[in-house]
Write a protein that binds this ligand. Sequence first.
Ligand SMILES: Cc1cc2nc3c(=O)[nH]c(=O)nc-3n(C[C@H](O)[C@H](O)[C@H](O)COP(=O)(O)O)c2cc1C
Length: 240
Amino acid sequence: MDAVRNQACHSFGDFEREAIYRAIFTRRDVRSHFQQRPIDDAVLARLLTAAHHAPSVGFMQPWNFIVIRDPGRREAVRDLFLAARSQELTHIAEERQELYRKLKLEGICESALNLCITCDRRRSEDSPLGRWHNPQMDLFSTVCAVQNFWLAARAEGIGVGWVSILNADALRDLLDIPDHVVPVAYLCVGHVSEFATRPDLERNGWASRLPLSDLVMSETYAGAGEDALKAAANTIAGRG
Ligand SMILES: Cc1cc2nc3c(=O)[nH]c(=O)nc-3n(C[C@H](O)[C@H](O)[C@H](O)COP(=O)(O)O)c2cc1C
């Protein structure tokens, strides 16, 4: 009977729905626990296909996927990270700098491979459907592809870590990326020995998840209301 009702309202069956939420709630940004054993090309192809099925403004599909395996090139990217981290450190509140220095914020050389997901800002340049007023929508679309990749990877037992502490121009030079293409995400990808149950930055006392009910607004920005919805959100958070 349930199956009939689910079909009628287009929702997934319980098992499939739980699987989707499981991927969402257990996805982690992975920096430690990478294993270097290679990722099967068939698996990587599935992850890239998931990314390629992301929504995109005007269906422009602005992304490309640069697969980086060469250890020398990865060391060069790691050096870019180290330089960028030193620069970023000076902008971190003084009382948090010691903690910042201790955080592991990349797995560039330890992972099986790196993946740079780019956005070609000239793709469909002559027909900017959905981008004439909001040209940044191509970048947003590319981020949707990143998230699809990340969630599919979790379902395949593959860890992904996003490294944004990089100078984009230096990264462009290293990967021969032309000026009209933006490197949106630099990802470390690989099998892992474990997925942490909580975000690393939470476990290390850097930040914690904000209560969802504090972020929900009604009708206008900062508009009060939706109390029943907020209570329902708090109940779910209490169970998690
Ligand atoms: C746009 C973006 C950039 C990020 N850049 C970095 C980074 O440079 N280094 C890092 O360790 N984590 C980075 N992260 C991961 C976040 O720190 C992580 O998502 C957050 O702490 C929550 O943890 P979780 O992803 O495990 O839930 C980035 C995440 C996003 C979405």
